[in-house]
Design a protein around this ligand. Structure first.
Ligand code: HEM
Ligand code: NAG
Ligand code: NAG
Length: 495
């Protein structure tokens, strides 16, 4: 626990008292029988047991003591934590309906207020989720049409990479521009030029938001939002970043509205506007501008940072393990050759590459604590009674490193996803996209992108780190809501 944070928390005691009292009244429930956990201090909860710099590790230590299902108090906020594959699957799959609620994510709830597919609940969430999935599929998610888009975009990336002429560079923006253009084409109807100033500004906002989401400040805010929201401090940066992003999306919505042709929807925004017009007689319709702007922002944000951060971590893992990179090159050479671009149907013939991508996603662990869930009604779970509305963290990082499913879980070993004959072997605890009714809405798109980008880059280039592989540090720069990859440079040598 950082001294500064502690001091701050102590100073806030009086204010917290009021907040905690309100919280208790709201959440009191006579029948609640919650899992065991460390005794909370008044107001501070279990702040002293929880590092805000490495929240995953702190929770893992509590798991040692209390078992896979326990209760912690994040300040005045009570959360049930699920660790390991069995507990997470039992909740999100076997009790899918009960655990399908979205819990509080205080640091961004200020911007979203329960609107937009990713943070909505109840009937609103059901409608937005069904609609978003349908539109993404209509625009080709998981199908050939989106594949063509990704392949085209991957060629733009290759051109930009060739222009680095074997000089070292930071891959961040190369990867986020290209990945973002895939989801931009779906949400906004067109890709951006790589030099477009607005686009670069947008990506800077997304990049910074992901960083801010993962700082110790954000973790602290999640605990003490009742008070911190009224105070100046770094947590306000994220609020402003997201408001700027909202402004950008709102301007696109206005432009779409002005040129809308109901017979020829160009993108997600058009489809949403058309649906809203259909329901214009219904005052309770969820298809209004609030949900449109925030759902489009959810898709754009989730579709940009997750995939590009995974690629950035991935290239780092490959440079750290050159023998693995070499085997991927060999498989590409053998299955695809040099004269045509990779296609998603190559995937079934490339078990080694598939295994490497799985291992990269497993260790990248992009959302280590999972997105917060909440139970939608009083829920009996393993003999405990979770009152309706209880926040639940399905700790995905603990599943992706569950030693019962992955031996020596900290090691980068693609071989764990292969059988004795070199065929791809799935593993039930591979859950980077989560499980159950809230499972990542973009999984099919993300998987296709990861395969096509990795193979396209590695078909044309070998990766060269700036320091010897043994000295490469692959630990995240920040680990909080997300795992943020470390900064690094590499150079690319044409093959
Ligand atoms: C490597 C890539 C990706 C990873 C690892 C990933 C992972 C996740 C995870 C862990 C969740 C939370 C699930 C839960 O609440 O239990 C999630 C939700 C979500 N993801 Fe992804 N994601 C990725 C890419 C994408 C892409 C490309 C899109 C865009 C289409 C997307 C859109 C969403 C949305 C909209 C949600 C919220 C779903 C809901 O609340 O119902 N994701 N993702
Ligand atoms: C974006 O993220 C990368 C890596 O985390 C970092 O090097 C870069 O400075 C960030 N850009 C901005 C504008 O924050
Ligand atoms: C959109 O609909 C919701 C639910 O009916 C409502 O709470 C919200 O204020 C509406 N937003 C606008 C801009 O009308």
């Amino acid at each position: 626990m950082e001294p500064a944070a502690l001091l701050l928390a102590a100073c806030l005691c009086c204010l917290l008292l009021a907040a905690a009292q309100r919280h208790r009244l709201r959440h009191r429930h006579p029948q609640g029988r919650l899992p065991p956990g460390p005794a909370p201090l008044p107001l501070l909860g279990n702040l002293l047991q929880l590092s805000t710099r490495r929240p995953l590790q702190a929770l893992m230590q509590l798991r040692e003591k209390y078992g896979p299902v326990f209760t912690v108090h994040l300040g005045p906020r009570r959360v049930v934590v699920l660790c390991g594959h069995e507990a997470v699957r039992e909740a999100l799959v076997d009790h899918a309906e009960e655990f399908s609620g979205r819990g509080a994510l205080a640091i961004i709830d200020r911007n979203f207020n329960g609107f937009g597919v990713a943070l909505a609940n109840g009937e609103r969430w059901k409608q937005l989720r069904r609609f978003s999935l349908t539109v993404l599929r209509n625009f080709g998610m998981g199908k050939r049409s989106i594949e063509a888009r990704i392949r085209e975009e991957a060629q733009f990336l290759l051109q930009a990479l060739r222009d680095t002429r074997e000089q070292p560079f930071d891959p961040t923006y190369f990867l986020s521009r290209t990945v973002s253009n895939v989801i931009s084409a779906v949400v906004f109807g067109s890709r951006f030029d790589y030099a477009d100033g607005t686009f670069l500004e947008l990506l800077r906002l997304v990049n910074q938001s992901f960083v801010e989401l993962s700082t110790p400040w954000a973790q602290l805010y999640d605990m003490f939002s009742g008070v911190l929201r009224y105070l100046p401090g770094r947590h306000n940066r994220l609020y402003r970043l997201i408001e700027e992003l909202k402004g950008f999306v709102a301007a696109r919505v206005a432009a779409n509205r002005a040129s809308l042709d109901p017979a020829a929807p160009r993108d997600f925004i058009d489809c949403f506007l058309i649906q809203g017009d259909k329901e214009s007689q219904n005052p309770a319709s969820e298809f209004n501008s609030t949900n449109l702007v925030l759902t489009a922002l959810n898709l754009f944000f989730a579709g940009t940072e997750t995939v590009s951060s995974t690629l950035r971590f991935g290239f780092l893992f490959l440079m750290k393990h050159p023998q693995v990179e070499e085997k991927v090159h060999e498989e590409i050479e053998r299955v695809i050759g040099r004269h045509r671009a990779p296609a998603s149907e190559d995937r079934v013939n490339m078990p080694y590459t598939e295994a490497v991508i799985h291992e990269i996603q497993r260790l990248t662990d992009i959302v280590p604590l999972g997105m917060p869930h909440a139970v939608t009604r009083d829920t009996l779970f393993r003999g405990y009674l979770l009152p309706k509305g209880t926040d639940v963290f399905p700790v995905l990082g603990s599943v992706l490193r569950d030693p019962a499913y992955f031996s020596r879980p900290e090691e980068f070993d693609p071989g764990r996803f292969l059988d004795a004959d070199g065929r791809f072997k799935r593993n039930d605890a591979f859950v980077p996209f989560s499980l159950g009714k809230r499972i990542c809405l973009g999984e099919a798109l993300a998987r296709m992108e990861l395969f096509l980008y990795f193979t396209t880059v590695l078909q044309s280039f070998s990766l060269r780190p700036r320091v010897p592989p043994a000295q490469l540090d692959v630990s995240p720069r920040l680990s909080g809501f997300g795992n943020v990859p470390p900064r690094y440079e590499l150079s690319l040598v044409p093959r």
